[in-house]
Design a protein. Structure first.
Length: 204
């Protein structure tokens, strides 16, 4: 079995890493060789002489494939800011080909590769590249995470329009309850279910 998934969502801090790790663990439990990948990470700590992002650490801990850090996370920026700004500050050009080569290398090591994006779909990586274009270049099924909080409907439906307009393959979506105090949770969820009709809602 060879499979891959691209995890994206409505925003940053809405549970993409949580969903990615849950997916990895589920496949590991079924006996597959699984590895997580986060092509671009911003906000890193120096660990044993290497800059490592917390999300990347979690992905690697969930994986059961020992892969080089530079394949799992080709671009790691120190400041926790938008990737294209972080890249400019460090005078680094994010290259799509570098990411695709790292992804291809991971597919040789694992049965399943779970790729986590940065922020939302239209986060720029440089002037001519967004997360959506990275997802299109990888051409793997998307799992879309909705961070359930006030404002999520707008973010989710705008993202859905982007995915549909660009013919990105949507495997499923997850409603992740990140705000325990969210009012009218059931009503918000029902609205999303109506608009995502025909796209499986996944449980993590």
């Amino acid at each position: 079995m060879k499979q891959a998934f691209f995890i994206t969502g409505t925003d940053t801090g809405i549970g993409k890493t949580f969903v990615a790790c849950q997916l990895i663990r589920q496949y590991v439990a079924q006996g597959y060789r699984v590895v997580g990948m986060k092509p671009i990470a911003a906000g890193c700590d120096l660990v044993d002489g290497q800059w490592v992002n917390e999300d990347v650490k979690l992905l690697m801990q969930a994986s059961n494939v020992d892969a080089p850090l530079h394949w799992v996370n080709p671009y790691c920026f120190k400041a926790p800011i938008a990737p294209h700004i972080a890249a400019q500050q460090e005078n680094i050009a994010i290259q799509l080909e570098v990411i695709l080569q790292a992804y291809q290398a991971l597919t040789e090591l694992a049965d399943i590769v779970v790729v986590e994006g940065a922020g939302g779909l239209l986060v720029p990586l440089h002037a001519e590249l967004t997360i959506a274009e990275l997802a299109a270049a990888l051409n793997i099924p998307i799992i879309f995470v909705v961070g359930m909080r006030l404002g999520c409907i707008n973010h989710a439906l705008l993202s859905l329009e982007v995915m549909q307009a660009r013919h990105l393959p949507i495997q499923g979506w997850v409603a992740n309850p990140i705000d325990p105090a969210m009012q009218c949770y059931a009503e918000n969820l029902a609205t999303l279910q109506q608009h995502f009709k025909g796209i499986p809602q996944l449980q993590c």
